[in-house]
Write a protein that binds this ligand. Structure first.
Ligand SMILES: *Cc1c(COP(=O)(O)O)cnc(C)c1O
Length: 400
């Protein structure tokens, strides 16, 4: 018989009862170091006192009022995001896929309002992940995810990640914008070359296209800067965010330049839950922590420590690890074909460490932003034990 909870996930047989900082405990009392952060989402770790207090206080005061009224918590959060980023205006929603839908709608609306309704197509990239709604399945373009759900939504063209010639070749009079993750997360923790991002900005300017960045996974400090595109020294026209911005509370955002945002007038886009008092109280609490002086510097420091440690692991375990890739606290171990990332993830669980598998046989490591060097060392030791346990047998045999 089918489980009451629809079986859309292959879940590990672990149920967590409580968490504190970078650690979580199962109902059976097993302790884990959480280097998955619930897929790069629990940015402040578990039970962060400031976030917990903000949510509890707001929940007791007023949780939901709808967007028929002013929401001071949302006004404040939007103003702070505007002050800290390229954006002039912010739309709040509840998830990454929803933020991306809003972003693509904003891009299409911009061209339509500027007299070019024929410009509606987005250039997207192979290996991308943009979410599970019907349109975002098409933006993602992964045949496996699209299968069985009818015809793909029109308007998304895919080119190889990092290939500027392919991007130029894909531009037609119907092209509206370019949509890209600065680091492909689900696709395998693949960072875009910073020069490639700059070239995309330039090609958008040359052809009057909008640069639409999906920073759902890379944003909110995960790269060591507030937004990953800052490493390239560029600004997008519009950007989506979610995952880390609510610290585990569902919150998404479409952030845009005025030229784009001004066309989303009353009636053009909406949400019942989005930008509610509770979610925005969580968002403000996360910003309090992430924007505090020195916080992102510490993220960058601890991320470099993790990066060096992972490089050392790769050197020590060439029969298991092919390479290390990613940015900031979104890193991946590219594994040899003989060792599946699923097996590695399961072995890490045995060693007391939570990680997340990603595409291209990569083991993704995305700890909460509040981790310390000591916790990184603990995770590296667990990864080292997992590598030893999974080293193919013949590799351990003495050389002849
Ligand atoms: C997770 C993710 C999404 C989808 O977010 P949901 O909240 O699951 O809808 C979209 N884009 C990127 C880059 C993501 O990592």
């Amino acid at each position: 018989m089918i489980p009451a909870l629809m079986p859309t996930y292959n879940r590990a047989d672990l149920a967590f009862e409580r968490g504190e900082g970078a650690y979580v405990w199962t109902d059976a009392g097993r302790r884990f170091l959480d280097f998955g952060s619930g897929i790069a989402t629990s940015s402040l770790g578990h039970g962060h006192p400031h976030l917990v207090k903000a949510i509890a206080e707001q929940a007791a005061r007023v949780m939901h009022v709808s967007n028929l009224y002013r929401v001071p918590q949302a006004e404040k959060l939007a103003a702070r995001h505007v002050a800290a980023s390229f954006a002039d205006s912010v739309f709040f929603c509840n998830s990454g896929a929803e933020a991306n839908e809003g972003m693509v709608k904003a891009v299409r609306k911009y061209h339509a309002e500027n007299g070019h309704p024929e410009k509606f197509r987005m250039i997207c990239f192979e290996g991308a992940f943009h979410g599970r709604t019907l349109a975002m399945l098409s933006a993602t373009g992964n045949e496996k995810y699209l299968a069985g759900f009818g015809p793909a939504v029109e308007g998304f063209d895919h080119v190889p990640f990092g290939n500027m010639n392919a991007v130029r070749d894909a531009i037609t009079p119907a092209t509206a914008g370019i949509m890209i993750e600065p680091v492909q997360g689900e696709g395998g923790v693949r960072p875009a070359d910073l020069r490639f991002l700059r070239e995309l900005r330039a090609v958008c300017d040359e052809f009057g296209l909008l640069l639409a960045l999906d920073e759902v996974q890379t944003g909110m400090g995960r790269s060591g800067k507030l937004w990953a595109h800052q490493w390239a020294g560029i600004e997008p026209d519009v950007m989506s965010s979610a995952k880390g911005i609510g610290g585990g509370f569902p919150l998404g955002a479409v952030m845009a330049k005025e030229a784009v945002a001004k066309h989303l007038k009353p009636g053009t886009h909406g949400t019942t839950y989005g930008g509610g008092p509770l979610a925005c109280a969580a968002g403000n609490a996360v910003l309090d922590v992430v924007l505090a002086p020195g916080f992102l510097d510490q993220v960058d420091r601890v991320a470099r420590h993790l990066w060096r440690g992972m490089l050392a692991l790769a050197e020590r375990h060439p029969r298991v690890i092919l390479g290390v890739q990613g940015a900031g606290l979104l890193l991946g171990l590219r594994l040899v074909p003989e060792v599946s990332n699923g097996a590695m993830q399961a072995q890490c669980v045995e060693e007391g460490l939570l990680t997340v598998a990603a595409g291209m046989n990569v083991l993704r490591v995305a700890p909460p932003l509040i981790i310390t060097e000591t916790e990184v060392d603990e995770a590296l030791a667990a990864l080292d034990r997992a590598c030893l346990a999974l080293t193919p047998a013949e590799a351990l045999a003495p050389a002849k």
